[in-house]
Design a protein around this ligand. Structure first.
Ligand SMILES: NC(=O)c1ccc[n+]([C@@H]2O[C@H](COP(=O)([O-])OP(=O)(O)OC[C@H]3O[C@@H](n4cnc5c(N)ncnc54)[C@H](O)[C@@H]3O)[C@@H](O)[C@H]2O)c1
Length: 254
């Protein structure tokens, strides 16, 4: 028998998920929609955002979802997105990319692009959502960023990605310190290796090696990260801010 914690989300809360078109972001959209939230699925891919939108339950009265196209690395695009609807009481920054290469040969453009999407994107979305919440006098908000365990421990071939994810943690802790007085909590989830289109690109040999290092002996599922985001989104985590929660099956616990 399985049971699920009922989260104390307001029924008509609006949630914004960047990178909601795939993988972890999609799983988070599904989880929160099933709790009764109205979800804005924002992604650079219109098709992926619409696919997620089509899969969301909307059985509860007053619940309505929408899909939107955004490039989180562009201030203009993010500003347009957040002007479009009422300030979301919950925001998850799940958009992210990898462009792997060894440090010795990594292209400057590949470094810049990964930092622009993963780190600057998290900054732009967090800033826009926080500004909107403060401007309308919202009593509270929960902003969740998605870092990575490799931001803490590094990863061969991912100088750009691990640097961007370490930055996301610093950004989140600073945002937590600055925004607490407005009732806005900011927390970061640090997934380990989760089965999504992002990790589908990783060669099977490397995946087997990773699994052998995970104490729980397997990759994680997007829904397992989504469940932690749902907790951080809800009032059940009302005294938690500025923290990072590892969702790794025990990988790199020491
Ligand atoms: N899968 C993992 O093992 C893992 C581990 C640690 C952290 N993460 C992080 O989790 C988040 C989600 O990753 P995922 O595995 O679900 O990957 P994914 O590739 O399945 O999903 C990423 C989504 O982000 C969107 N996106 C990319 N660039 C964008 C942009 N500029 N603006 C808006 N949307 C954009 C993509 O279209 C896609 O829908 C990412 O931040 C990733 O770095 C993933």
């Amino acid at each position: 028998m399985s049971f699920r914690l009922k989260l104390t989300l307001l029924k008509h809360d609006v949630e914004l998920w960047s990178g909601g078109g795939s993988g972890i972001g999609r799983a988070v959209c599904l989880r929160l929609a099933s709790e009764g939230a109205s979800v804005v699925v924002a992604d650079i891919s219109e098709q992926s955002a619409n696919e997620t939108l089509g899969s969301l339950p909307s059985d509860l009265r007053g619940q309505g979802h929408m899909a939107a196209v955004v490039d989180v690395s562009s201030k203009e695009s993010v500003t347009k997105l957040t002007r479009y609807f009422q300030p979301p009481s919950v925001c998850v920054n799940a958009a992210g990319i990898t462009q792997d290469d060894f440090l010795l040969s990594m292209d400057e453009q590949h470094f810049d692009r990964v930092v622009q999407v993963n780190l600057k994107g998290s900054f732009l979305v967090t800033q826009a959502v926080a500004q909107a919440l403060v401007a309308c006098g919202a009593p509270k908000g929960s902003i969740i960023t998605v870092g990575s365990i490799v931001g803490k421990v590094g990863n061969i071939g991912q100088a750009n990605y691990s640097a961007s994810k370490a930055g996301v943690e610093g950004l989140t802790r600073t945002a937590a310190k600055e925004l607490s007085r407005f009732g806005i909590r900011c927390n970061c989830v640090l997934p380990g290796f989760i089965s999504t289109p992002m990790t589908d690109k990783v060669p099977e040999k490397v995946i087997s090696k990773i699994k052998s290092l995970v104490p729980m002996g397997r990759m994680g599922e997007p829904a397992e990260v989504a469940d932690v985001c749902a907790f951080l989104a809800s009032d059940d985590s009302r005294y938690i801010t500025g923290t990072s929660i590892e969702v790794t099956g025990g990988l790199f616990i020491g």
